[in-house]
Structure formats: structure tokens, C-alpha cells
Design a binder for this molecule. Structure first.
Ligand SMILES: Nc1ncnc2c1ncn2[C@@H]1O[C@H](COP(=O)(O)OP(=O)(O)OP(=O)(O)O)[C@@H](O)[C@H]1O
Ligand SMILES: O=C(O)C[C@@H](O)[C@H](O)C(=O)CO
Length: 338
């Protein structure tokens, strides 16, 4: 059954809008399996492109999809690093612009303490990605895409908030599917009422919504707090959503489809290097499956496998796998665990 229809004539599979940053992860040698340590003890860091929509742009491109990024970077070598890296991956960077008033890309220093404890230390003053403004949102560009993915962090502040809302409105009138990845990052938000207002505005327009239970609770705060997954799915499907994906970390995740069905998957157990990045692997894999027209359960399995591969890795972008690597991982895990 086809739950979502993409306009096949479009040249871009997906435009991603929002957060892009630089991740500094403790240097890690897979062979030596260096020990976990507190951030203050780390001497060497490796630099990667980071930020959820940027990571998903890399992920879907590794799967052969054609992605474009709509965002703002700093007018310095870190901004150039992002654009160069995206170009090398084959991501369309024609609508990435540079900040004009000295705003800087966010720097994320990550701490990996054990296979179940990790955290991030964000430097996000005078932040570049939230400078995206309505002038950057070009209808002709949006029209080129089958779908646009809005990352929730883009809604945290003006001018990026209005830019994201404009992109949603233009997508709507141009037959472009809207994917809302709630992508809650507490450091961006002043209070949760604001968050509920803007998240729910986009969720009402979205064809696909993806988020954790906590993220749905925040989105629904001013509508009806304390809903079950089934109630949340019914609420958003009552507006526009064809597919609502609700994640419960290691307990697994469920996709609810508009015909009243639900499909659940458990994570593939792995020795994790970090807790973050799983969601981006999950999103990349799930969306790839959907574009291939797979059954929802196969999309979930692929996303879940890609998530497990990413929590094992030392970064959230560069190690995103190819479809062949994900299939091989699934085969290996099934042989191990039956
Ligand atoms: N330790 C782990 N082992 C295996 N899989 C994991 C682990 N942690 C997370 N995952 C997988 O990653 C998926 C997404 O993780 P999570 O629920 O933390 O989402 P998220 O908050 O969107 O992640 P992110 O920090 O990447 O944005 C989970 O649904 C699960 O499939
Ligand atoms: O921004 C974060 O929360 C962590 C980043 O290091 C990472 O790139 C990411 O965005 C994971 O979703």
C-alpha cells in the first residue's frame, strides 16, 4: 500500500532545511578501541559536519538520493568546510548562503563516557543557522523537490522561524511533501509554550512527522498533554499526516499510518559509542525505504539498522552507510540473533 505519493517529475528528492554545525568528537581509533573519557580529559578531537538535517542530507545522498540543503553558514573556513564537504558528497549547495554580520556556525564538543552515557557541549552564541531568513526561501527552488524536511530547531528563533514557515507554505502550494523531524534541542528554546506553538503549526501541515515520545509531548503541550502514541497519531492524522513515527529509544519505535495500521520495530542491539546520531541514521534509512516504495515495516527495519550502525560510530555524518552496507548489517545481525 502506498501511503505517500511523491511528484516523480521533480529533480531533487529532498530539500533539507535547518541546523548545520561542526561536531568535534574525541579522536577514536576503531582498532585500538580507545577508552571513553570525560570531555575535560580529551586532547584530540576529530572534526565532522554535524546537525541533524545536515546529517540526514549526507545519509540520504549516500543512498543515492538527490538532496539539496537550504541553510546559512558562517563566512569563514568552517562555513567553507561545510559547503566543500556537502559538494564532495553530491549534495546541492546552491541555496546555502553565508552570514553577513559575523554570525558563526555552532561548535559541538561531544563527550562519550560509556556505551550508555554521552553528552554534548554546544557553543552556539550569535548562531549562523538561525539567521536563515524569508529572503533565502526561493519558491523556484522549493518547486524542484519531491519533499522538504523541516528540522524543528529551525523554528526556535526569528528570522529562521519565519523562513521555515515560509518554506512550509510554499511547499504546500507546490505539491511538495512536508516531512517534519521534530529534532528537539533544549539549548535553542526559551520556553516550552513557544515550542508547542511552532512545532504544532508545522506538524499540522506535515505529511510525515518523526520524533521521540518526549518530542511529541512537547509539540502537544498546548493542545492536549499526556496523550498516548495512538492518540498522538490520530491527532496529527486528523490534520494532514499520512505517517507518524514515534520513537522510544531502546524500547523501539512505531509508525502509524493513516489507514489505522501500526508497525513496530526494535533496535538492533549493539555496543554503542554514543547516544546521539541514531535518530539521523534512522531518518535517512526510513526515508530511503519510503522513496523506494517499500512496505513500512521494511523502511523501519532499515532505519533501525542504520540507527544502530550510527550509535556504534564515532560521528553522525561521515560514517553514514550505503544501502549495501545496511543490508549487510541486517543480514549479519539476523544470522547472529536469528
Ligand atoms: N544504544 C543503542 N543501540 C542501538 N540502537 C540505538 C541505541 N540508541 C538509539 N538507537 C536507535 O536510534 C534510534 C533513534 O534514537 P533516539 O530515540 O535517541 O532518537 P533521537 O533523539 O532522534 O536521536 P538523535 O540524538 O540522533 O537525534 C532509536 O529508535 C534506536 O533505533
Ligand atoms: O546537535 C546535536 O545534538 C548533536 C550533534 O553532534 C549531531 O551532529 C546531531 O545533530 C545528532 O542529531
Amino acid at each position: 500500500m502506498e501511503y505517500i505519493k511523491f511528484n516523480e517529475a521533480r529533480e531533487l528528492d529532498l530539500i533539507l532545511l535547518g541546523r548545520v554545525a561542526i561536531d568535534f568528537n574525541p579522536a577514536y581509533n576503531e582498532q585500538v578501541k580507545e577508552e571513553f573519557k570525560p570531555l575535560k580529559k580529551v586532547h584530540m578531537f576529530e572534526k565532522f559536519v554535524g546537525g541533524s538535517p545536515a546529517n540526514i542530507a549526507v545519509g540520504v545522498t549516500r543512498h543515492g538520493m538527490k538532496a539539496g540543503f537550504l541553510g546559512k553558514v558562517s563566512d569563514d573556513q568552517f562555513g567553507e568546510f561545510v559547503v566543500d564537504y556537502f559538494n564532495e558528497q553530491g549534495i546541492d549547495t546552491s541555496h546555502i548562503t553565508k552570514c553577513k554580520n559575523g554570525e558563526k556556525l555552532g561548535l559541538t564538543f561531544t563527550e562519550m563516557l560509556s556505551s550508555s552515557e554521552s553528552s554534548i557541549l554546544m557553543y552556539r552564541n550569535c548562531i549562523a543557522d538561525l539567521q536563515l531568513s524569508v529572503e533565502d526561501i526561493d519558491e523556484e527552488y522549493i518547486k524542484k523537490a519531491k519533499a522538504i524536511l523541516i528540522s524543528g530547531t529551525a523554528l526556535a528563533e526569528s528570522p529562521s522561524r519565519e523562513a521555515a514557515l515560509k518554506a512550509v507554505m510554499l511547499a504546500k502550494r507546490n505539491d511538495v511533501r512536508i516531512i517534519f523531524d521534530i529534532d528537539y534541542r533544549a539549548y535553542n528554546w526559551k520556553n516550552t509554550d513557544e515550542l508547542s506553538i511552532y512545532y504544532s503549526t508545522v506538524a499540522k501541515e506535515a505529511d510525515i512527522i518523526m520524533g521521540s515520545r518526549e518530542e511529541f509531548d512537547l509539540t502537544e503541550k498546548l493542545i492536549k498533554p499526556g496523550m498516548t502514541d495512538e492518540e498522538s497519531a490520530a491527532l496529527w492524522q486528523g490534520y494532514h499526516a499520512a505517517i507518524v513515527v514515534i520513537k522510544h529509544g531502546m524500547k523501539g519505535s512505531t509508525a502509524y499510518t493513516r489507514d489505522g495500521q501500526s508497525f513496530s520495530i526494535k533496535p538492533f542491539p549493539v555496543e554503542a559509542r554514543k547516544g546521539f546520531g541514531g535518530g539521523d541514521g534512522y531518518g535517512s534509512g526510513f526515508l530511503y525505504g519510503l522513496y523506494q516504495g517499500w512496505d513500512i515495516i521494511d523502511c523501519l527495519e532499515f532505519g533501525s539498522a542504520e540507527a544502530s550502525m550510527m550509535v556504534k560510530s564515532n560521528n553522525c555524518s561521515d560514517s553514514l552507510p550505503t544501502p549495501e552496507e545496511v543490508h549487510a548489517f541486517i543480514k549479519e545481525e539476523k544470522e547472529k540473533f536469528g
